[in-house]
Design a protein around this ligand. Structure first.
Ligand code: ADP
Length: 553
């Protein structure tokens, strides 16, 4: 409610003033009227100076031009008086008079109160205008963090069923926090969504909020660090306190890598203080606070390890570019309600490497193209006409020829197979990217690290075996393998010699290369089946690989 007065003091003084004024008015009437005796009355009457008389219960008040006089009613002859001046008769009794007086008093006070209230409201308005002007210099706009109510649900997010399934539990927790508390189940405070731009990370976070009908606080990591010194940490604090006040709720931090980039190298105090505040806040809230922090990044490799430690963002959900099935569902969702004459499956085939966002753009551009032709329906040819344009906008969207697709499928099949064989965990590997779950281990064995190197080298080993050729698609995996070998030798002393040396790094890589090549030689059939499945479906799960292997072996 609007505070009526700035202070109680002001209110008390106003009341006292009203009271005093009323008393004075009341007193004035009483004091100013002089009580006179009979001779004076006669003298006044004779002189003709009485202009009016008011007869009250026991007395008569006489009004001259300047004064008022009171005389006892019984002492005079009213008839004589009436002959000289007009007489007014007051019928009210004193009690009524008192009541009227109190009424007037209260009325006056009320008026004063209303006036003061209006004044205070105006003051507050001015103050808030001033504040808003001040905030105009704040790069966040108004510095008030407000949540939104998301209307997006899981139904709006097409495809990516596995991701939705994984987040289902978070929704349930937000809906029934007490249930989880009762059973002592602890849920992650932070969920990290990892995936390339445009795959729907923001959308799915909003859908979690929408499904659970809880407030959604959006914050971009980049804006945290672009602001004035010291503001980032303050902003984080504010964000968490607002979220807690609105719990159960969701905080979504987009591009968290802007804040949570691994420390070291170029120091950036502002980012560090923001990151430290974020860590403090995440450690500080209890599981039962009902606040879930969802963050998004497309580069988990550069995230500061502190953020990934237990109790922080310890739940990770990878969202890859949509596979053919997903693309079909996304395309269908965007084509819904539009007059079309297209084969969605074909469209899905021709849009390998498109993200959900790119597919949305593709449909939109095709519709515009149809409109330009003044056509009644959107045709396949409209999609073909704009495909290149949409592709151009994307930096790294992959668009394979059939031959390239075969090579890439073999490459990824080798990775999927060796990851399965050497027990490097993953959920699914797609034709365009893979996500090995290798970020979790605090203590990692030499064998496990060697296995990862083998997996990263397996793709090029397979193409060498089948095509007697190496291809450029191996670049990223090769540098990953080299990175691990270097860490093994330089940081963990896992080389032949205790002193780090390049020879040991080379030895690890060469041995791994030989071993993986040897392994793949005996796996031609499995590679074939998996590669074909990748060509057809574009993704394969660990479970499916197990089935294939059980069949073959
Ligand atoms: P990210 O946060 O991963 O960069 P966004 O969530 O911002 O991606 O997605 C951008 C847009 O792309 C969304 O607003 C939506 O229109 C579309 N989009 C992406 N993925 C999907 C999907 N699976 N289903 C429907 N639309 C999607």
């Amino acid at each position: 409610m609007l505070p009526l007065f700035k202070s109680q003091k002001l209110m008390l003084s106003l009341m006292a003033l009203t009271f005093l004024v009323t008393l004075l008015l009341f007193g004035y009437v009483r004091i100013e009227a002089k009580i006179i005796d009979l001779p004076t009355y006669h003298a006044l009457l004779e002189s003709g100076s009485i202009q009016k008389a008011v007869v009250e219960e026991n007395e008569v008040v006489l009004y001259t031009s300047n004064d008022r006089y009171i005389i006892i009613k019984d002492g005079i002859d009213i008839h004589t008086l009436l002959k000289h001046v007009p007489i007014e008769v007051k019928t009210q009794n004193p009690l009524l008079q008192e009541l009227i007086l109190i009424g007037v008093l209260l009325g006056a006070m009320l008026l004063l109160l209303l006036y003061a209230r209006k004044k205070r409201a105006q003051e507050l308005q001015k103050e808030s205008e001033k504040e808003q002007k001040a905030y105009a210099f704040d790069p966040f706009g108004a510095s008030i963090i407000r949540p939104v109510r998301s209307r997006i649900t899981f139904k709006d997010v097409a495809g990516i069923h596995d991701v939705k399934e994984e987040l289902e539990e978070i929704v349930d927790f937000l809906k029934n926090p007490l249930k989880y508390k009762r059973y002592g189940i602890t849920l992650p405070r932070g969920v990290l969504l990892i995936g390339p731009p445009g795959v729907g990370k923001t959308m799915i976070a909003k859908a979690v909020a929408g499904e659970a009908s809880v407030p959604f606080f959006y914050q971009s990591g980049a804006t945290f660090v672009q602001i004035y010194v010291g503001m980032g940490a303050k902003r984080v604090k504010e964000l968490f306190s607002q979220a807690k006040a609105n719990a159960p709720s969701i905080i979504f931090i987009d591009e968290i890598d802007a804040v949570g980039r691994a420390r070291g190298g170029m120091r950036n105090d502002e980012r560090e203080s923001t990151l430290n505040q974020l860590l403090t806040e995440m450690d500080g809230f209890e599981e039962s606070s009902g606040v879930i922090v969802i963050a998004a990044t497309n580069k988990i490799e550069i995230i500061d390890e502190a953020l990934l430690r237990s109790g922080r963002f310890d739940r990770r959900v990878f969202i890859s570019l949509p596979d053919k099935n997903d693309r079909q569902e996304i395309l269908k969702a965007y084509l819904q309600g539009k007059p079309t004459n297209v084969n969605v499956e074909e469209l899905a085939t021709m849009s390998v490497g498109f993200s959900g966002a790119a597919l949305a753009t593709l449909v939109n551009e095709a519709a515009i193209n149809a409109l330009r032709r003044s056509a009644q329906t959107i045709e396949q040819s409209d999609f073909m006409a704009v495909r290149q344009k949409v592709l151009m906008g994307k930096k790294k969207v992959l668009s394979f020829s059939n031959e390239e697709k075969k090579i890439q499928a073999l490459y990824q099949a080798a990775k999927a197979l060796s990851a399965y064989w050497f027990e490097i965990d993953f959920d699914k590997i797609t034709i365009v990217n893979d996500r090995l779950k290798d970020m979790d281990a605090e203590i990692e064995s030499k064998t496990h690290m060697l296995s990862k190197i083998k997996v990263y080298l397996s793709g090029s080993a397979a193409t060498k075996m089948v095509y007697h050729e190496k291809f450029s698609n191996a670049t990223e995996d090769l540098s990953r393998a080299i990175e691990i070998a270097k860490t093994m030798v330089e940081a963990y002393g896992m080389g032949e010699k205790m002193i780090p040396n390049e020879g040991d790094v080379m030895l690890i890589l060469e041995n791994a290369q030989k071993e993986i090549a040897h392994f793949l030689e005996g796996m031609g059939k499995a590679l074939d089946v998996i590669a074909n499945e990748l060509i057809e479906k574009e993704s394969i799960t660990k479970l499916r690989i197990k089935e294939i292997m059980d069949e073959i072996l």
